[in-house]
Design a protein around this ligand. Structure first.
Ligand code: LIP
Length: 259
């Protein structure tokens, strides 16, 4: 796929994102009326997640029927060309609690590389975007990862879900606090990873995260001059695995936090 075809998709993704955000906000304003299902302990899905994914999927495949699509709620369709990787609502639990810490995440990959990433927090209106090779922006302004050289230099966000063990989380917390680090955590891995791109956090680690939760943010971090593990290469567009994202000066220290 040539650069012009990717640019076209990046443009369309921004339009689709605006539609998705509008749909998500309509549901967020009527939480009492939502039907909620449990996918597992502490793992929720609501009609809002499905409706937002339907909006995105219909628009993507309506414009680019030959593209592949991986969505958290509707599974995946493969393609030899590019593939869209979408989380309609990352931070579903926070969304359902009425918290402002959730987002819509759209990534696009071609030939095993991330081509762009787009994340919007509908509540705050913050838009984070990156096109491979063209840098990363927050509300249109270029962003850069922090210049930290020690975990004691800033705040590290830590993700955890029912898929990773309490013992592993305890090891990470112990190592991080022993190194003088400060810890933050919310329900959206995508937002916490993107805070590495803005320099607000110096790192993010999680033992188990899904590709749709993190790939847009991974693209944004790398374009902001941060470092991540090669999540797409290690796990594919529909897989799961550990994620490490950080300011370049602390990336190795972040990696050493994980058991
Ligand atoms: C969530 C992630 C979170 C991770 C959870 C879950 P969801 O996404 O953002 O970081 O720990 O396992 O995947 O389910 O809210 O889209």
């Amino acid at each position: 796929m040539d650069a012009a075809a990717i640019d076209e998709r990046f443009e369309v993704a921004q339009r689709i994102m605006r539609q998705a955000v509008q749909t998500a906000l309509e549901y967020h304003g009527n939480l009492g009326r939502l039907t909620i299902e449990h996918k597992g302990p502490q793992d929720l899905v609501s009609e809002a997640d499905r409706a937002v994914e339907d909006v995105i999927k219909a628009a993507v495949l309506g414009s680019f029927p030959q593209d592949g699509f991986v969505g958290e709620e509707t599974g995946s369709t493969e393609s030899d060309g590019g593939i869209w990787i979408v989380d309609p609502i990352d931070g579903t639990q926070d969304f359902l609690l009425g918290l402002p810490t959730w987002c819509v995440s759209i990534a696009f990959a071609v030939d095993g590389s991330l081509a762009f990433g787009l994340i919007t927090n509908p509540v705050t209106g913050d838009v984070y975007a990156a096109r491979a090779g063209a840098g990363a922006t927050w509300n249109g302004v270029p962003i850069h990862a922090a210049t930290a050289t020690s975990l004691a230099d800033g705040v590290t966000a830590v993700g955890h879900s029912r898929h990773s063990s309490p013992a592993d989380l305890a090891v990470i917390m112990e190592r991080l606090t022993s190194a003088g680090g400060a810890i933050r955590s919310i329900g959206s891995g995508a937002l916490m990873i993107v805070w590495v791109a803005t320099g607000q956090c110096i790192g993010y680690v999680e033992m188990y995260i899904n590709a749709w939760d993190c790939l847009a943010a991974v693209c944004i971090v790398n374009e902001a001059g941060g470092r991540t593990n090669d999540f797409l290469g290690e796990n594919g567009p529909a897989g799961h695995g550990r994620i490490i994202a950080g300011a370049p000066g602390v990336f190795d220290q972040l990696t050493a936090l994980l058991p």
